[in-house]
Design a protein around this ligand. Structure first.
Ligand code: IFM
Length: 730
């Protein structure tokens, strides 16, 4: 049995950044890094907001961090008791990830006795705008305490500052901070209310970056001095009346009390776990890592919206510009589809609603159709810069072609929409923009096809596949296969629209010269060149891949002059070698295992895995999934554990050149789920019916999970030689 808790005993300054990710709490609207109450921007405190961005000066556009209403600093007898400054006697932080509660307990030895802070906080799953915290002070002597608590608006930014101006005021005991952003003059409002179980002297202090209460009181040794804080976060995007709503929310919760809000929050989490918990008998490590991964996915699910997606680093900060990548559709979607299909719809709705942005991007490259943003922000704006990596040696930006050449992103959008339709049977999404999205993606690939005069096939040149170390290659197998898939799905959509016979579908058909398009896409699908296995069964990742230097990952690593050096790009250590960053051919085969025989799948697993650096957290799960398709659950297992533990161990890459890429890894979390359910669990659908084909790792005695399929909740129990699918009540 697992205890649903992660803990860290003792204070280690080197772990501060990692712990911010590992102990993150969130509710889809905001993510609160697992930092301490007294921490400030230097310790990377962030209350990261979903779907609201700002660009300051020439810096990258990135999501906003809200002013920190949790800020609290303790002084005893005039001395500050805070980390990392004052070495503690004992220190522990914890995350109860079943109930999404963050806690800390720190004791210092003062000249007169022990001083202890004990705190707990949560980002309410019941009320997305609300944070709550209980902060207790215990001393074993009569201590003169000054507690400074309020809103610290001097926030951490990677490319900020994003707030041009702040206004601070107090209204009937509530502290209010409103920041106005630089680019679009959005406003972010934080209201804070505070209750104590003691009487103190209060002074209000406002400066240009904070509004704080200073409370003075004397403790007695026998009791705990408790401060309960309520923090509401709203933005001008939520409502015109954001400030009053924030104050109202704080007031309402102060009235009902901490316990009531805490219970409602826990109840909501229990509802989520009742469907999504995965039980693994015989392997607590795997069960813990997997459910911890699911905790992270739940914490960033945009349930408060009907059109929003998830950033590559979730809500753990501004890394990767808070942008949405193919990670969502290809790695995270299955979890939401199986457990909370409404969230899956919200994620896809975001893509449909940003179609205009994708069409503009295609046009800007002289193409037709929809070329989705590689790093998508509001409205489908592509935040990926031309210079996405900084050279460690010169400090100069390096030209990278991720934005221009990772054309496989459009096919990921198509893949997500089709998967949603296949799984839910909900065709309405087609009529709400899904059909146009798919057709426009197919038009995009169509406009890129090349034909050599003496050949009767089409090719796609000058692309980047999932392996980002090899830029501007021709006929990347994954990309070509996904483009073919897109053509096939577009043909299916054009047929389906006729069948649906709705006014909307007739309008779409009329708009698109249906027959002509259908013929074009059918022809493209038939003639698009798909690399085939050679005599040894190996599929070349792209034209000329096999002519590159054949060296080991270790050799390439040994050539690094600086550990932060970027491996790809024009002069990267991997560029001229066969070493790849992440699953590429393996990703193709894991997604389309019936394209080839099992022998071919296996040959490619063995060929490519040793050539893979696994420099992206998206890599391991694809090898795990493919290993399952090759009936090798034992070989899949270490890759599964690597994926599932990405945020527990914090071993992922932190730097690409001089750019910080740390944070949480929701795609790895989603990939671990796919491996457990689709891989080991062998979940699949035949003619709309749910089937399983267990291939459990040797140590697993039993796998139990639930999925929601077409309105019915099923519980699935699997052992090595048995399985049971049963409908659940309710
Ligand atoms: O989408 C990935 C990409 O495949 C590898 N680099 C990081 C991106 C965000 O996770």
């Amino acid at each position: 049995m697992i205890n649903w808790k992660v803990k860290e005993q003792g204070f280690c300054p080197d772990q501060m950044i990692n712990n911010g990710n590992k102990f993150l709490i969130g509710n889809g609207y905001m993510g609160v890094r697992g930092t301490l109450e007294e921490f400030r921007k230097e310790e990377l405190v962030a209350i990261n907001l979903a779907g609201i961005y700002d660009r300051a000066g020439e810096g990258w556009r990135e999501p906003l961090n809200a002013p920190n209403g949790l800020y609290t600093l303790l002084k005893v007898d005039g001395e500050v008791y805070s980390l990392p400054g004052a070495a503690p006697k004992e220190h522990c932080i914890g995350l109860d990830y079943r109930r999404a509660l963050f806690s800390r307990k720190t004791t210092w030895k003062s000249p007169r006795g022990n001083v202890t802070i004990q705190a707990e906080r949560f980002a309410s799953l019941e009320e997305p705008h609300l944070l709550a915290m209980k902060y207790c002070i215990l001393t074993d002597f009569h201590a003169d305490v000054e507690l400074i608590t309020g809103i610290d608006a001097d926030v951490w930014d990677i490319n900020g500052p994003h707030y041009d101006a702040f206004s601070f005021h107090e209204e009937a005991g509530r502290l209010i901070a409103v920041g106005t952003t630089h680019e679009s003059r959005d406003q972010v409002c934080v209201a804070e209310g505070c209750q104590t179980n003691f009487i103190s002297e209060h002074k209000l202090h406002i400066d240009d970056r904070s509004i704080m209460r200073r409370m003075s009181f004397v403790t007695d040794a026998a009791r705990s001095f408790e401060v309960t804080k309520w923090i509401a976060v709203y933005t001008s995007k939520d409502s015109d009346d954001f400030e009053q709503q924030a104050i109202r929310l704080v007031n309402d919760h102060m009235k009902s009390g901490y316990e009531a809000s805490r219970c409602a929050h826990i109840r909501k989490w229990e509802e989520k776990w009742a469907v999504s918990e995965v039980m693994i008998e015989g392997d607590d490590e795997a069960m813990e890592a997997l459910n911890y991964s699911l905790y992270h996915l739940h914490s960033i699910a945009p349930r408060h919206s009907d059109s929003l997606s998830i950033a590559a680093r979730g809500l753990s900060g501004q890394t990767y510009k808070g942008a949405v990548f193919w990670d969502t559709e290809m790695f995270m979607l299955d979890f939401f589809l199986y457990t909370e299909p409404e969230v899956a719809r919200t994620l896809l709705r975001y893509r449909i609603d940003t179609l205009e942005g994708a069409k503009n991007k295609a046009r800007s490259y002289g193409c037709e159709g929809a070329f989705y943003a590689w790093e998508s922000q509001e409205g489908g704006y592509d935040a990926c810069s031309d210079y996405n990596v900084t050279d460690v040696f010169t400090g100069r930006p390096m030209r990278t072609y991720f934005k221009d050449k990772q054309i496989h992103i459009s096919s990921a959008v198509v893949y997500g929409i089709i998967k949603y339709i296949d799984y839910t049977g909900d065709y309405s999404i087609l009529l709400e923009g899904g059909a146009e999205t798919i057709i426009e993606c197919a038009k995009f690939y169509y406009s890129l096809l090349l034909k050599k005069v003496n050949k009767n096939c089409y090719e796609l040149h000058d692309v980047i596949g999932p392996d980002e170390y090899h830029e501007r290659v021709n006929n990347n197998g994954y990309t070509n296969r996904m483009a073919k898939y897109t053509f096939d799905q577009a043909v299916w959509v054009l047929d389906k629209l006729c069948e649906l016979q709705e006014d909307v579908s007739e309008r779409i058909c009329a708009m698109y010269e249906r027959e002509k398009l259908k013929q074009q896409f059918e022809d493209a699908s038939q003639k698009l060149y798909i690399p085939q296995p050679d005599e040894k069964g190996i599929i070349e990742q792209f034209d000329g891949y096999k002519t590159l230097e054949d060296v080991s990952v270790e050799t390439v690593k040994a050539r690094l002059l600086n550990e932060k050096e970027y491996w790809g790009g024009a002069y990267g250590v991997a560029t001229h070698t066969q070493i790849i960053k992440q699953a590429d051919v393996a990703a193709w085969l894991a997604l389309f295992p019936t394209d080839f025989s099992k022998d071919i799948l296996l040959a490619n697993w063995h060929y490519y895995e040793p050539k893979t650096e696994h420099g992206s957290s998206l890599s391991a799960c694809m090898y795990a999934l493919l290993a399952c398709k090759c009936d090798m659950p034992d070989r899949a297992y270490p890759f599964f554990i690597k994926s599932a533990s990405a945020d527990l161990t914090g071993h992922g890459k932190q730097w690409a050149g001089l750019i910080y890429i740390g944070g949480t890894h929701p795609a790895a979390a989603g990939g671990a789920y796919m491996t457990a359910i689709n891989g080991f669990g062998g979940l699949h659908f035949k003619d709309g019916e749910l089937k399983v084909k267990p291939q459990l790792p040797p140590t697993w005695k039993k796998l139990r999970f639930k999925i929601r399929h077409r309105g019915v909740l099923y519980q699935i129990d699997e052992t090595h030689d048995d399985m049971l699918i049963k409908k659940c009540e309710g």
